[in-house]
Design a protein around this ligand. Structure first.
Ligand SMILES: [Zn+2]
Length: 286
C-alpha cells in the first residue's frame, strides 16, 4: 500500500448529505491541509424525501443511485477522494424515519447486526489507520434509526480495530453548542424575509445541540465556507441552499454553520483545542 499522509481522519455517516451538513468545512479544511480524509457512508439514503419536483420520480434504488452521484459531486467539492459505502453500494438499506414500517425491513441498516457491520468498518480502520474518528452521539444526533446505528457501528468498530491492532486515538461526536445555535436562529429571524424559505426551523431541529460546556473542540472552517456550500448544493435532492441558510425537505430555514463543533468522547485532548489532531504524537507508527 502506498504511504498515507501522517494525519488521517475517518468520518462515519448514515446517508449521503450528512457529511456535508455536519462536517463539510472540517473535511474541506483537513483535505486542503494534506490530511487523509476518509468518509464511510452506511446507506444510500434511498428513502429520503426529494425536494426538486423534477426529480420526485426517483424512489428506491433509482434514488439511491442518484444520491450516490450527489455524494461523489459533494466530496469532490470538499476535496475528499477516499469515499466508501459500508459493505459496498446497497449493502445496507435506508431504514426510513423512526417508527415507520420500513424500520423492520430485514435489509435495512437498522436491522443489521452491529458486530457484522462494525467488522466491515473495522477493516477500513485497519487499512487507513486513522488517529481520529468522527460520528454521531448515541441518539444519532436527532433520533433517525440509521444515525443511531451508524453511532453504534462506529463505536463498536473502534473497539474491534483496537483488539486487532489499531487504536483510534481520538473519537468525536458531532455537536453544536446551544449558545451558537440560539444566536444563529436569532439572526435568521432578521434574514428570513430575504430568503426563499417562508419559515424557520427551531434549535430543536438541529442535530447534536448540547450545552456549551460539553464542547471540547472548535474547528474554524470559515475559509472553506464556499466548499461546504457547494457540497451541500450537490445534494440537490435533499438540500436547498440559500446562504447563510439552508433547508431540508421540510422547507424550514436553518443556519449553515461554517465553524463546526465536536465533543471528544475517547482519548486525550487539549483544553480549548481547535484541531481534531491536537495533542497527538503523529510520529507514532500507529
Ligand atoms: Zn442522515
Amino acid at each position: 500500500m502506498t504511504e498515507l499522509p501522517s494525519r488521517r481522519l475517518l468520518l462515519v455517516h448514515a446517508h449521503p448529505d450528512d457529511e456535508s451538513i455536519n462536517n463539510g468545512a472540517t473535511m474541506a479544511r483537513y483535505a486542503a491541509e494534506g490530511a487523509h480524509v476518509t468518509l464511510v457512508t452506511c446507506t444510500l439514503g434511498e428513502r429520503g424525501e426529494v425536494i426538486p419536483p423534477e426529480l420526485r420520480h426517483l424512489t428506491g434504488p433509482a434514488l439511491g443511485a442518484h444520491r450516490r452521484g450527489e455524494l461523489a459531486a459533494a466530496t469532490a467539492a470538499l476535496g475528499v477522494r477516499d469515499v466508501r459505502l459500508l459493505g459496498g453500494a446497497g449493502r445496507y438499506g435506508d431504514s426510513g424515519m423512526m417508527g415507520l414500517a420500513e424500520n423492520a425491513d430485514p435489509g435495512c441498516f437498522w436491522q443489521a447486526d452491529v458486530d457484522e457491520a462494525a467488522g466491515r468498518l473495522a477493516e477500513v480502520i485497519l487499512e487507513v489507520r486513522p488517529q481520529v474518528l468522527v460520528t454521531y452521539d448515541d441518539h444519532g444526533g436527532y433520533g433517525h434509526p440509521d444515525h443511531i446505528q451508524a453511532h453504534r457501528v462506529a463505536m463498536r468498530a473502534v473497539d474491534l480495530a483496537a483488539e486487532r491492532g489499531h487504536r483510534v486515538a481520538k473519537v468525536y461526536w458531532n455537536r453544536v453548542p446551544r449558545s451558537v445555535a440560539d444566536a444563529a436562529f436569532a439572526r435568521l429571524q432578521d434574514e428570513l424575509s430575504a430568503l426563499p424559505f417562508d419559515k424557520s426551523a427551531t434549535v430543536d431541529d438541529v442535530p447534536g445541540v448540547v450545552d456549551d460546556e460539553r464542547i471540547t473542540t472548535t474547528v474554524d472552517g470559515t475559509a472553506y465556507a464556499a466548499a461546504k456550500a457547494a457540497a451541500m448544493r450537490a445534494h440537490a435532492t435533499q438540500i436547498e441552499v440559500a446562504e447563510p441558510c439552508f433547508a431540508l425537505s421540510n422547507a424550514l430555514a436553518q443556519p449553515l454553520f461554517t465553524t463546526e463543533y465536536y465533543e471528544l468522547v475517547r482519548g486525550a485532548g487539549q483544553p480549548g483545542e481547535t484541531d481534531l489532531f491536537a495533542g497527538l504524537d503523529l510520529g507514532e507508527a500507529s
